[in-house]
Write a protein that binds this ligand. Structure first.
Ligand code: ATP
Length: 234
């Protein structure tokens, strides 16, 4: 579905990604783990078009993504849930969800999708008139995911969805991710929380200072000596 080859991205003179090769097949959860500053967010932003690439290719269903802008990538079905949720705190929960569908106008179909979001996240229905800023961290994460789903993604990019959340809430978020996969969604999951992200993944990649250093099935990576030492604290 998505193929990245030899991708390089820089901030000014400083190269952050030094030639990345990654493949995401339709229906998979692929996890990308790595320490702070490894380049995980840079990679996601290069995929979604918020950061330009220097060289390399990103192909999505045969199309060359680097030739089109960020909005065109969303229209093609690539939707990112940004790190730190970034919900619109001064807008209601419902308006946040509707913003995810702004390119689609307000139609019966959008109303139906809104209803489906409320079925998936009952707490959001309960709080739909509340300001997003009044939600807890976990609820804001659900809102950010719901907003992304309202854009009808085919590839969902999740940037550290567990960040700053309590263990029970993290479990809930990871269960939602599993549920999305079971519904057929393709997911690229970026996480510092390596053990849970790899346990959930069909395949995974480890990123270190802008390079993929290990790749394999989620299970392979969980039992990989280097991964266990560096990322699982074993
Ligand atoms: P984190 O978990 O902290 O988000 P990360 O793995 O996502 O880490 P990136 O944020 O992608 O890492 O950063 C990769 C490298 O690029 C780091 O060395 C970082 O300092 C650098 N970098 C990130 N954003 C910028 C920027 N806007 N300008 C300059 N350098 C940047």
């Amino acid at each position: 579905m998505l193929t990245i080859k030899g991708l390089k991205t820089s901030y000014g003179q400083i190269e952050a990604l030094h030639g990345i090769d990654i493949r995401i097949n339709s229906g998979e959860i692929v996890s990308l783990v790595g320490a702070n500053g490894a380049g995980k967010s840079t990679l996601l932003m290069t995929i979604s078009g918020l950061q330009p690439a220097d060289s390399g290719t990103i192909t999505f269903e045969g199309k060359d993504l680097l030739k089109v802008g960020a909005d065109q990538r969303v229209a093609n079905g690539i939707v990112q849930v940004p790190e730190g949720r970034q919900v619109f705190k001064d807008l209601s929960v419902e308006d946040n969800l509707l913003l995810g569908a702004y390119t689609r106008g307000r139609s019966q179909e959008v109303e139906d999708d809104l209803d489906r979001m409320y079925e998936k996240f009952p707490i959001l229905r309960q709080k739909r008139r509340n300001l997003a800023g009044e939600l807890s961290g976990g609820q804001q994460q659900m809102l950010a995911m719901g907003r992304a789903l309202m854009a009808k993604p085919r590839l969902l990019l999740l940037d550290e969805p567990s960040m700053g959340l309590a263990p029970l809430i993290i479990e809930e978020i990871f269960n939602i991710i599993k549920e999305l996969k079971n519904e057929g969604m393709t997911i690229f999951l970026v996480e510092q929380n390596a053990s849970q992200a790899l346990a959930l993944a069909d395949r995974g990649y480890v990123l270190e200072t802008g390079r993929v250093v290990v790749e394999g099935t989620g299970r392979d990576l969980l039992s990989n000596e280097k991964v266990r030492e560096a990322y699982l604290g074993m």
